[in-house]
Design a protein around this ligand. Structure first.
Ligand code: PLP
Length: 428
């Protein structure tokens, strides 16, 4: 076979990576009643009608859209203005602080390329957004060091010490720690890091000269939690809004943001690396970005969308209300069915649920050669419903799964109904 060694390695099917297959066979009550309901991908469909109406009413195809465009001038100007309005940066964001790519996934991979030599390490706390793993390790030769928290809250201030221990251990092994990645708001836990945590992690990164990569792709998808009590809930704080003086060299601070989540537009494919004091990073990425460039039509759509301040304000507000309602709905479902979940969610699209406990209650004999997560995933797929397994998200505890609650209500309810059936139903 005339393939490279790395291509042969990548061609080996990964049994845990089946969502592309699921996407080809999605349930539709009329056109594909036998298909899968997917509550597994981090998509927000709640505002799609609003988005479609705005774009189809405003975006006209221009001859320039068929060209390489204007060197990303207008998208960078628009994005800088938008970020200044919504991220409260200490220092105004300028177009030169941005590198634009076709989504946050490629933006994250670019940070691995830019900060890490092959063999260098990036730290990632558990549980994590599963695709960070290939982003860092698939093509760049950089490695991940996964941080365990045991019984400590992964977003709590005590977690900082766990990160430091990992850095020290890597250094003892003779490895260079190039970066530390946070998803803030967190995927899959749907919570925000506190100001105290962020400043402590900045100091840690400064002490060890580690790049801090703060993935803030859910920054504007925050909402009031009216459901859970007895948990600390932090408002979202962007690292851009923290004065780095006496904390960290600002050249080490980088933010990822794009339209995939906050504008429910995974398919537009537009993301950015925002780094305010590291011009060399942006210069280094100029030749590389050719391979992950946005299309001129995507630029034009996003420029149009983000330039309409009134529409943007309304969109964010309505989106927040929809997120809040969906969260209330999915937590009511969980409580009604006796399903434990990780409370305190005030951002993003996820409910992190302990299906393991539920499944074992119905199937005390469930211990087989397979792991509990695999047994449950088999049952879910047999029941034609897909959700992400904690095993793919580095969960420290077995049996936890991530439900995406930002699908239209009928679709969500069909998925929740199928989950209960797959668990053995009548669990109340
Ligand atoms: C934390 C986080 N970062 C990045 C991405 C990928 O974003 P994009 O669609 O812009 O590549 C996701 C998608 O789920 C995500 O949850």
């Amino acid at each position: 076979m005339a393939l490279s060694t790395r291509a042969i390695k990548a061609s080996t099917p990964d049994p845990t990576n089946f969502f592309w297959q699921i996407l080809k066979d999605l349930w539709h009550p009329e056109t594909n009643p036998g298909g899968y309901v997917s509550l597994g991908l981090a998509e927000n469909s709640l505002m799609h009608d609003t988005l479609r109406e705005h774009l189809s009413g405003n975006v006209a195809v221009q001859n320039d859209d068929f060209t390489y465009g204007d060197g990303k001038k207008s998208i960078k100007n628009t994005l800088a203005r938008f970020l200044n309005r919504h991220f409260q940066p200490v220092n105004p964001i300028e177009p030169s602080h941005l590198t634009i790519s076709n989504g946050c996934s490629s933006a994250i991979e670019h940070t691995a390329w830019a900060f890490g030599n092959p063999g260098d390490v990036f730290l990632l706390g558990r549980p994590y957004y599963g695709t960070f793993v290939p982003d860092i390790t698939l093509r760049m030769g950089t490695k991940l060091d996964l941080v365990d928290f045991d019984e400590i809250d992964p977003l709590g201030i005590d977690a900082v010490e766990k990160y430091e221990r990992c850095i020290l251990r890597a250094q003892t092994r003779g490895e260079r720690v190039a970066g530390l990645i946070l998803a803030n708001p967190h995927n899959p836990l749907g919570r925000c890091y506190s100001w105290a945590f962020l400043t402590a992690i900045m100091k840690l990164c400064q002490r060890h000269q580690v790049n801090l990569i703060s993935d803030e792709v859910y920054a504007l998808s925050t909402f009031p939690n009216t459901v859970d009590s007895g948990v600390e809930i932090n408002p979202f704080t962007s690292v851009l809004s923290i004065d780095t003086k006496d904390l960290i060299d600002p050249a080490l601070v980088h933010v990822i943001w794009g339209v995939s989540k906050d504008f429910g537009a995974n398919g537009l494919r537009l993301g950015a690396i925002i780094s305010q004091q590291n011009p060399t990073l942006h210069e280094a990425l100029v030749p590389v970005i050719l391979y992950s460039s946005t299309s001129s039509m995507a630029d034009q759509a996003v420029v149009d969308m983000l330039s309409d301040d009134q529409w943007v304000e309304r969109y964010i507000e309505e989106n927040r209300q929809s997120l809040q309602q969906s969260y209330e709905h999915v937590t009511t479902w969980a409580r009604t069915n006796g399903i434990e979940y990780a409370p305190g969610v005030n951002a993003a699209f996820f409910l992190w649920v302990n299906l393991g406990a539920v499944y074992k209650k119905r199937h005390p004999e469930a211990e087989t050669e397979k792991t509990l997560d695999d047994v449950i995933m088999d049952a879910l797929l047999k029941g034609k419903v897909f959700i992400a397994s904690g095993a793919a998200f580095g969960s420290e505890k077995p049996g936890w799964f991530r439900i995406v609650f930002t699908q239209r209500r009928e679709y969500l309810d069909e998925g929740l109904r199928r989950i209960m059936t797959a668990m053995g139903a009548s669990l109340k």
